[in-house]
Unconditional design. Structure first.
Length: 224
């Protein structure tokens, strides 16, 4: 059930301005009945300033009247408090890492030129002006900017970077690179493992058939 934005202050107002029971107020505000009792007795740890839920559009006069007429009635909130949601925009970066942004931007520009300035801005959490200045080498601190992997710098995750690279590559009509450097080694390893498995199978079969032939090159010291 939704609760008032400021439950203790709302409870204080209801105690002072209505004839609702402590139980009704506690239920509406999401508080324990003893908390409401403390507010009514003025023994709460903090002095509260009442908050009018009617003016806040969380409760109507009609609901209060229903509650006052019936002690068993449970008040219904008109609407819950507005939830603050993060709007779209540049990624938040801790102050301690903001000085690393130019290095991360330079790395992306050098290694992934297909990524647009808009994508870099979302990925790193910076402005197009800063990106353009680094791209054109007109940034005020360009002499001290060293391209560094933004993942290593903690400016974004590897998954986010990979997703940006793939998206930019598709938009530019580029195929995702395929790493074939270990293809030959992989095939050789598979062949070696297959041969070892077949050899082990033959030895197991020989052992099961009681084949105890003397290995080639074996010399029995007692036959000398």
């Amino acid at each position: 059930m939704a609760q008032p934005l400021m439950p203790h202050a709302t409870a204080s107002w209801l105690v002072d301005n209505t004839a609702l029971s402590f139980e009704q107020i506690a239920d509406f505000c999401g508080l324990h009945i003893l908390e409401v009792q403390a507010i009514a007795d003025d023994t709460a740890a903090t002095k509260l300033t009442g908050r009018d839920p009617v003016r806040a559009h969380e409760l109507t006069i009609e609901e209060i009247d229903k509650g006052q007429a019936d002690p068993d009635y449970r008040l219904q909130m008109s609407k819950g408090p507005e939830q603050v949601r993060r709007t779209k925009g540049p990624r938040y970066t801790p102050v301690s890492k903001r000085q690393d942004k130019p290095d991360g931007i330079a790395w992306i520009i050098r290694n992934h030129p297909e990524i647009t300035d808009g994508q870099i801005g979302v990925l790193i959490g910076t402005t197009r002006t800063t990106i353009q200045a680094i791209r054109e080498r007109s940034h005020w601190n360009i002499a001290n900017i060293t391209p560094k992997d933004p993942v290593t710098l903690g400016l974004c995750s590897q998954r986010e970077l990979d997703a940006a690279v793939i998206k930019a590559g598709k938009a530019a009509g580029l195929e995702a690179p395929v790493d074939n450097r270990l293809a030959g080694d992989r095939e050789a390893l598979i062949s070696e493992l297959r041969a070892e498995r077949e050899q082990a199978a033959r030895e197991a079969e020989d052992a099961a058939n009681g084949d105890t032939a003397t290995p080639q090159g074996f010399v029995d010291p007692f036959q000398r």
